[in-house]
Ligand binder design. Structure first.
Ligand SMILES: [Fe+2]
Ligand SMILES: [Fe+2]
Length: 235
C-alpha cells in the first residue's frame, strides 16, 4: 500500500491578512481514505535525532539566512574579544526567526531559550529587538541603514518598543543587549560559512542541553522546540 497523502494546513498566524490560505473548509473537503493530515515526521524535512540538541536545530531546521546571520554575528563578537555571554547572546539573538516566528522575534526567542540560558542572556535576546531602533553613540551604534530600506525613511517604532528601549537603557544588563545590536550586522559575505563547531565549548558552558533533548524535557518552552521539529502537525 502506498504511503498515505498527508495534507498540510498553513498556520493561522500566516493566513491573517496574507490571503494565501486555503480555507479550512476546502482542506477538510479533501480528506478521504488514504488522505490524512500531517502528523509526526514530515518527509519534506530532514529527520531530527530523538534527543535534539541546540545545533541540530541550526543544521536541520533553521533557514540558511538565519543560520548565517547568527553564526556571523557570534563570530564577530568572538573576534571582537567580547565575553562569552555576549557571544552566546549573539548566537541566539534571532533564533526565533530560524524556524518559528519573525514577529516580535526578540520576545519569542527569549522565551524559547529561557529555561536553558542565564537570565541575562535571555534578557539580552529579548531587548535587542527594541534597542536596534535606537542609536547609542557611546559605543558607536547607529540606526541601521537596512531599517531605512526595510521600513521606509519615516518609520517610527511603536510605543511598546519605545518603552522597552527606555526600560532596557536603564537596566544593569543594558550593555549585554547593546553589544548584541552592535554585532548584529547584515554584512554577509555570500557563501562564507562559519563553522558551527567553533561555538561548541561556549554552548557547553552557557546552554543547558536537557538529556531528553530539546522539546522533550517538559520545560516551559518544550512545546516551542517541538513545533520546530514538527512544524506542520495539524494539532
Ligand atoms: Fe533581531
Ligand atoms: Fe539580527
Amino acid at each position: 500500500m502506498n504511503e498515505s497523502t498527508r495534507l498540510k494546513m498553513a498556520q493561522p498566524i500566516h493566513a491573517l491578512g496574507t490571503g494565501t490560505r486555503e480555507s479550512a473548509k476546502q482542506i477538510l473537503s479533501r480528506l478521504e481514505p488514504g488522505v490524512t493530515f500531517m502528523m509526526g515526521d514530515d518527509p519534506a524535512l530532514p529527520a531530527m535525532p530523538g534527543a535534539p540538541r541546540l545545533l541540530d536545530f541550526f543544521r536541520l531546521r533553521f533557514d540558511e539566512t538565519t543560520r548565517q546571520h547568527l553564526t556571523q554575528s557570534a563570530k564577530l563578537a568572538l573576534d571582537g574579544g567580547h565575553e562569552e555571554k555576549v557571544v552566546m547572546a549573539c548566537l541566539l539573538h534571532d533564533i526565533s526567526m530560524g524556524g518559528l516566528m519573525r514577529t516580535d522575534h526578540g520576545y519569542w526567542g527569549a522565551q524559547l531559550i529561557g529555561p536553558y540560558v542565564s537570565e541575562e542572556i535571555a534578557w539580552a535576546v529579548k531587548h535587542h529587538q527594541a534597542l536596534r531602533y535606537f542609536a547609542d553613540e557611546s559605543v558607536g551604534y547607529r540606526y541601521p541603514p537596512e531599517y531605512v530600506r526595510f521600513f521606509g525613511a519615516d518609520y517610527q517604532p511603536p510605543e511598546y518598543i519605545r518603552q522597552a528601549h527606555e526600560y532596557a537603557r536603564n537596566h544593569r544588563w543594558y550593555m549585554t543587549s547593546r553589544l548584541v545590536t552592535l554585532n548584529d550586522k547584515y554584512a554577509f559575505e555570500a557563501g562564507v560559512q562559519v563553522d558551527l563547531e567553533i561555538f561548541t565549548d561556549i554552548i557547553g558552558r552557557h546552554f543547558r542541553e536537557p538529556k531528553e533533548g530539546l522539546g522533550f524535557d517538559g520545560s516551559e518552552s518544550a512545546h516551542m522546540w517541538r513545533t520546530m521539529i514538527w512544524p506542520n502537525n495539524f494539532l
